[in-house]
Design a protein around this ligand. Sequence first.
Ligand code: ADP
Ligand code: ADP
Length: 232
Amino acid sequence: TIAARAEGLTKIYGSGSAVVTALDDVDFEVHEGEFTAIMGPSGSGKSTLMHLLAALDTPTAGEVWIGDTAVGTLADTPLTEMRRDRIGFIFQAFNLVPTLTARENITLPLSIAGRRVDREWFSRIVDVLGLADRLSHKPSQLSGGQQQRVACARALMNRPHIVFGDEPTGNLDSTSAAEVLTFLRRSVDEFGQTVVMVTHDAHAASYADRTVFLSDGRIVHEMRGATQDQLL
Ligand code: ADP
Ligand code: ADP
């Protein structure tokens, strides 16, 4: 089953003589329960592709489907609900609320949406992430790796259709990065999670099932399965 799909995706920034074609007629699909890495040089369109797939931005041309839903056909309210209910996001800079505890940060999206926390799911995720004894801590009392694991838990709390990671290990030492990547891998293997991650790091990409390479706004190469070892 297709978790997300893009067809003829084009994004042009700016106007007049200052236009930049960030994405140029890209076709792309992600299968459910698959872990996809997106690599490519700086400026190749990785962030743009991910923001479009995550329905955070609108394309100049082309269409994105999340599940069966064509994102471009959604009005503001269903679009907001789609982002809130079906998408998880993990950022390079963690983006935790400094005044809230780890527990409050993890459940914040549910609180905002007025949803109940599924205690069993919460405990399971927190256990897998090794955060059980850190739940009362504020972000400033946590290491970078712990903060990013809190962000991982937050991203999965609503059982999203897809989790997007924007350089999720970019600010982490290699041990903490491995913890986050192992968690993303386990979420795919054990929960059937679909994950799409932008990374500069070939080692990070080696945790994925496939790696798509962007250059100048186009997909120029794709690796899958055992050939991913060539990344290392
Ligand atoms: P990457 O994530 O691979 O570094 P981006 O998707 O951020 O690439 O950027 C692709 C191209 O689009 C780059 O040339 C970048 O400068 C340009 N770009 C990205 N965002 C904007 C924006 N908001 N306004 C103008 N140009 C942008
Ligand atoms: P990057 O630094 O990865 O290139 P930016 O932070 O510049 O990306 O964001 C690119 C676009 O995505 C901006 O138009 C921004 O408003 C939008 N965006 C980023 N994060 C979010 C978010 N959490 N919710 C809504 N829009 C977002």
